[in-house]
Write a new protein. Structure first.
Length: 402
C-alpha cells in the first residue's frame, strides 16, 4: 500500500503541542495513529514524497552486513535504547561511504516520524523481505524479536555462502591450473614435438595423431573456437535470465528423482526458514506463503507455491495444497501435519528448515569429499594422456634403432 508523507500538528492530553512527520496510507490512518497515542490532531498537511538517492548495485547491503547490523540493533533495543537512537549510534560507527550516507538519511526519515520499515523500503538498499518482517514487527509490537530473527537468518545465509566458496576454491584452482597447462602444451610444446616427429618420419600412434590434430585445429581456428565459446556462454546467460526458459529446463530436470530430491530440499530449506520468521512476526499465512516463495530462488518452486496459495485461498489446508502439487516429502508432510494439529506453524517450519539444513550440509560434505579426488583424477588423466601421446613415438623410434 502506498505511504503518503504527512506533516501533523497535534496536542497531547497533557497540553503539549508538537509537529511531527508521519507516513501513512491515508488521513484516516493518521487520525487513528494519533488517537492511539492520546493526541488530538490540530492540522494535517500532505507533503510531496521524498525519496532517498538510490545507491548503485555495489552498495546493496550484503548478508554479512545485514546479519551484524540487525543483531546489534536487537541487542541495543533489548537494552532499552530507543530504536532510532540505536540506529544512529550504529551508523556513526561505520566507515565513510555512500552506503553510510543513505543509512544516515534513513535515520533522519525516522526522526521526522517515518516508520522504520517505510524508510528502509524507500532507500532500496534493504531486502524486501526484511522490510516486510519489520512492518509486521511494528504492528505486532515484537520489533526486538524480529530484529533478532533477521540477524540470525542473514548470519546463517552468510555462513552457508562462505562454506560454499571455501569448498570450491581448491577444485577451481586445480581446474584453472589444468586449463593453463593445456593451453601452454597446445601452443608451445606440441608444435615442437610435431616438427620433431615430422623430421623423424616414424609412424605415429592413434593417440599421438589425435593430439596433434587437436593442436592443429586450435592453432588454425583458435579465434573461431573462442568466438563460438563466447557465443555459447552468452546464450546460456540469456537463457538463464529468461524465466520461461528456466522454468522449462527445471520442469524437465524434475523428472530425474535424485535431482528432484535435492532441488526440493534446497527450496524447502529456504522457504521454511523465511516462512517461520514471517509467521512468528504475525504475518497472515497467505501473505507469508507469497513472500516466502518470492525470496526462494527457484522459479519452478515459486510457481508451485503460487498454485498452493490458490488452493489454500479456496479452503484447502496447506498440507493438502502441497500434496496436490507433488512437492512434499514424508518428513515434510509429518511436520506440517503437526503444525496444523497444534497451531504452531512457525515451530513446525523451523524444524523443517533445521532438518533440511542438516541434509544439505551432509550432501555438501559428501560432494566436497568427492570433488577434490575427482578433480585430481581428471587432472592426472589429462596430463597422463598428453605425456603418453608424446612418449610413444619416441619409444617406438628408440626400439627401431635398437
Amino acid at each position: 500500500m502506498k505511504q503518503i508523507h504527512y506533516k501533523v500538528t497535534a496536542r497531547h492530553s497533557s497540553g503539549s503541542v508538537v509537529t511531527r512527520h508521519l507516513h501513512a496510507p491515508s488521513r484516516t490512518a493518521v487520525y487513528k495513529m494519533m488517537e492511539a497515542g492520546k493526541w488530538q490532531v490540530l492540522r494535517i498537511e500532505e507533503l510531496p514524497q521524498r525519496t532517498l538517492p538510490l545507491p548503485e548495485r555495489r552498495h546493496k547491503m550484503k548478508p554479512q552486513e545485514l546479519g551484524s547490523f540487525f543483531k546489534e540493533l536487537a541487542e541495543m533495543t533489548k537494552a532499552g535504547i530507543p530504536f532510532v537512537d540505536s540506529w544512529c549510534l550504529l551508523v556513526r560507527q561505520l566507515p565513510q561511504s555512500r552506503k553510510k550516507d543513505v543509512l544516515m538519511q534513513i535515520g533522519d526519515e525516522m526522526e521526522n516520524g517515518s516508520s522504520p520499515s517505510v524508510a528502509m523500503e524507500t532507500s532500496q538498499i534493504f531486502p524486501g523481505m526484511a522490510c516486510c518482517l519489520l512492518r509486521a514487527g511494528e504492528h505486532s509490537g515484537n520489533l526486538e524479536s524480529v530484529l533478532s530473527i533477521l540477524g540470525t537468518y542473514y548470519q546463517e545465509e552468510n555462513r552457508q555462502k562462505q562454506q560454499l566458496i571455501q569448498a570450491m576454491i581448491y577444485p577451481a584452482f586445480l581446474l584453472a591450473g589444468t586449463g593453463l597447462l593445456l593451453i601452454g602444451a597446445v601452443f608451445y610444446i606440441l608444435p615442437v614435438f610435431a616438427s620433431m616427429f615430422t623430421a623423424m618420419n616414424v609412424p605415429l600412434p592413434f593417440l599421438t595423431r589425435g593430439l596433434l590434430w587437436f593442436q592443429a585445429i586450435c592453432c588454425r581456428y583458435g579465434v573461431v573456437l573462442l568466438g563460438v565459446s563466447g557465443l555459447l556462454v552468452a546464450l546460456v546467460v540469456y537463457g538463464y535470465r529468461r524465466p520461461h526458459i528456466r522454468l522449462s529446463i527445471t520442469s524437465y530436470m524434475m523428472r530425474i528423482p535424485p535431482y528432484k530430491r535435492m532441488y526440493l530440499s534446497w527450496c524447502w530449506q529456504r522457504f521454511s526458514r523465511v516462512m517461520a520468521m514471517q509467521l512468528a512476526s504475525g504475518i497472515p499465512v497467505l501473505s507469508a506463503i507469497r513472500d516466502a516463495a518470492a525470496v526462494t530462488p527457484g522459479i519452478w518452486f515459486q510457481k508451485r507455491m503460487e498454485y498452493c496459495s490458490n488452493w489454500v485461498r479456496s479452503g484447502h489446508s496447506f498440507l493438502e495444497a502441497v500434496q496436490r502439487e507433488d512437492i512434499t516429502t514424508p518428513f515434510l508432510e509429518a511436520m506440517i501435519l503437526v503444525g496444523e494439529n497444534t497451531g504452531n506453524y512457525d515451530t513446525a517450519f523451523l524444524r523443517i528448515a533445521a532438518y533440511y539444513d542438516w541434509q544439505i550440509a551432509r550432501w555438501s560434505q559428501r560432494i566436497c569429499r568427492l570433488l577434490e579426488p575427482l578433480t585430481l583424477a581428471f587432472m592426472g588423466l589429462i596430463i597422463g594422456l598428453v605425456v603418453l601421446a608424446l612418449l610413444l613415438p619416441l619409444l617406438d623410434a628408440a626400439a627401431a634403432i635398437v
